[in-house]
Design a protein around this ligand. Structure first.
Ligand code: ADP
Length: 630
């Protein structure tokens, strides 16, 4: 029979499986059982509306058989089965190949990378090749007459032929590899190994996982003697983890379940397990991952929780159950109140779903609040990964949810360098501070270098560092916190100077008006004004913004698809009136206008650099500076 080739990516993955040094080879059993359970789910689901299925709920089962002599393990199910075409497409290609972003061919592949891939994607069926040298799949799709046998001995391909099989379902036989010095494959042929693995990984599977077990028992006829007794036993407890009582569940159980179910290689950061009785009755098990899901930042990522009704999965990613700002959570909701045949569209309108979603939202928020109070370090780890999400939540849910979310926001404090909540910031405000000061920049270090920080810090006021693009937008939505308004130190009126000082500055500006207007003229549309300032400390110049849009918002808007849409910052070039450069400018205004133009442009260029703006014409700037030197 002609061998068919695997698709390139599948072949690569298979190669990886076959040669894997992945220590967790035992997971193959959980992968096969989970596939079997999914296949039964599908047929059971069908049986609810299709009488021709003819199998009762309690007749569905997964069977395990071990043959020590032949060195085989067999996993059978009476689920939906696969047609020839499905065998080819499901087992010949990796279902998720699109997201399997293999490292560059030339790149040296290290064992760690393999493990990462295995852990991250949960490679399903192919994991059999970690322990088997030959895999046979006999399957008959429900509703079809003919069964098929798929055989592969690894990466060089597979064969497919017709065969006999009575009922719909799938039988997968693994021919174990020979033991090596470092790897004991034979252990998988022991009853107790299989029993332990099923308990560890697949206990919650809702269908019985049965295996013939042999025990030594006392001989009922001859006292003092023993006989072997063989019986088919169910290895799993079948109660889904989320339906069990919290007191029966160990933390490892939660973690193992999470890793298996949501294909993560790391334990979750937090587990929220709760039952609700009342307006909506449901069990739910929600996880906050320790890191962003691998495809979190891609278009393909879908938020949502698995939705079950009475233990039957009705939707894999029900997005209506979680708000966007919690799109990273994983979990399960099992409600008795939902119809099995509910569609995505009707779900959206469903009153029950709305109530459940609300309850879940509240639970996650309170869990995070608890973490913030009780385990600051953990919360900060969380925030480093998902804080941006919460900030987008504050921004996008103006008026709706910001009140709850805002208490979960933390920002790096300029004076302490560590995270503070808005509450903590306000509590630490010295007498005389009326506003919450913030500055935007790439990092705390860069913000610390801004000329504007000097005056604020001189007063003993702290500054919140906004290092994410969304920060200032979110804060604009909040407007105030606990009665205190936010002030961007590069834009807003900071009220740092006394009335007297303000008056003095105003007079200086009025006196210098002609020169400042002329300088503004040199710069054209780049700025809306040139002004003298008294709050720049030792620095000569800076750029500030007037009006609603800050410099940083403008920067971000200009990078958005579709451009800034007219949202431009109105920039003001501020010159330190107490700096020697101011004197020089006055002198040039009186004596040499040509030079004044040059100096103005240089100062503007400097201010742009300080603010992290790119220069429109860097060459001109460099030439002018060099001219000054020679
Ligand atoms: P995944 O289960 O993550 O989709 P797998 O590689 O484990 O990836 O399986 C690929 C596909 O093969 C499954 O999605 C399913 O359609 C099919 N499949 C695997 N095992 C079975 C089975 N026992 N019965 C029916 N279909 C199966």
């Amino acid at each position: 029979m002609r061998k068919k080739q695997f698709k390139a990516e599948s072949k690569k993955l298979l190669d990886m499986m076959i040669n894997s040094i992945y220590t967790n080879k035992e997971i193959f059993i959980r992968e096969l059982i989970s596939n079997a359970s999914d296949a039964i789910d599908k047929l059971y689901f069908k049986s609810l509306t299709d009488n021709s299925v003819g199998i009762a709920r309690d007749e569905f089962e997964i069977k395990l058989d071990v043959d020590k002599d032949a060195r085989t393990i067999t996993v059978s199910d009476n689920g939906i089965g696969m047609s020839a075409a499905e065998l080819e497409s499901n087992l010949g290609t990796i279902a998720k190949s699109g997201s399997l972003n293999f490292k560059n061919e030339n790149e040296e592949e290290t064992a760690e990378k393999d493990i990462e891939v295995i852990g991250q994607f949960g490679v399903g069926f192919y994991s059999s090749f970690m322990v088997a040298k030959r895999v046979e799949v006999v399957s008959k799709a429900f509703g079809e007459e003919i069964a098929h046998k798929w055989i592969s001995e690894g990466a060089d391909g597979y064969t497919l032929e017709e065969c006999e099989k009575d009922a719909a379902g799938t039988v997968i036989t693994l021919y174990l590899k020979e033991d090596t010095e470092t790897e004991d494959y034979s252990r998988f042929l022991e009853d107790y190994t299989i029993t332990e693995l099923v308990k560890k990984y697949s206990d919650y599977i809702r269908y019985p996982i049965k295996m013939e077990q042999t025990h030594t028992v006392p001989d009922p006829e001859k006292e003092g003697e023993y006989i072997s007794e063989t019986a088919v036993e169910t290895l799993n407890s079948m109660v889904p983890l989320w339906r069990k009582n919290k007191s029966e569940i160990k933390p490892e159980d939660y973690n193992e379940f999470y890793k298996m179910k949501f294909m993560d290689y790391q334990d979750p950061l937090s587990v929220i397990h709760f039952k609700s009785e009342g307006t909506a009755t449901f069990d739910s098990l929600i996880y906050i991952p320790a890191h962003a899901p691998f495809d979190f930042y891609s278009k393909e990522y879908e938020k949502g929780l698995q939705l079950y009704t009475n233990g039957v999965l009705i939707m894999d990613k029900c997005s209506d159950l979680v708000p966007d700002y919690f799109s990273f959570v994983k979990g399960i909701v099992d409600s008795a109140d939902l119809s099995l045949n509910i569609s995505r569209e009707t779900l959206q309108q469903d009153y029950q779903v709305k109530i459940i979603a609300k309850a879940i939202d509240k639970k996650i928020k309170s869990e995070l609040k608890k973490m913030l109070k009780g385990d600051r370090e953990k919360f900060e780890t969380f925030f480093d990964t998902f804080g941006v999400q919460l900030k987008w939540g504050v921004y996008a849910n103006y008026g709706a949810d910001k009140d709850n979310l805002k208490d979960l926001l933390i920002f790096k404090s300029l004076s302490e360098g560590k995270y503070v909540t808005l509450d903590e910031y306000i509590s630490a405000m010295p007498e005389g501070q009326e506003q919450i000061y913030y500055a935007c920049g790439e990092s705390v270090d860069k913000i610390a270098l801004l000329p504007q920080t000097e005056a604020v810090r001189a007063k003993g006021f702290d500054v919140l560092c906004f290092t994410d693009d969304v920060d200032e937008f979110a804060i604009q939505m909040l407007m105030e916190y606990d009665g205190k308004h936010f002030a961007n130190i590069c834009k807003d009126e900071l009220n740092l100077s006394s009335e007297e000082e303000k008056k003095e500055l105003e007079e200086k500006n009025t006196a210098a008006k002609d020169m400042l207007d002329e300088m503004k003229g040199f710069l054209g549309d780049a700025v809306t004004a040139v002004k003298l300032s008294d709050s720049l400390g030792s620095h000569a110049v800076c750029l500030s913004a007037e009006g609603y849009v800050s410099l940083d918002m403008a920067k971000i808007l200009s990078q958005m698809p579709g451009g800034s849409q007219g949202m431009k910052a109105q920039l003001v070039l501020e010159i330190n009136s107490k700096h020697a450069v101011a004197e020089k400018l006055f002198k040039l205004f009186a004596e040499d206008r040509e030079k004044l133009e040059k100096y103005t442009k240089i100062l503007y260029g400097e201010a742009c650099l300080v603010s992290g703006l790119t220069l429109d014409n860097p060459t001109e700037f460099a030439d002018m500076l060099t001219d000054l030197m020679v």
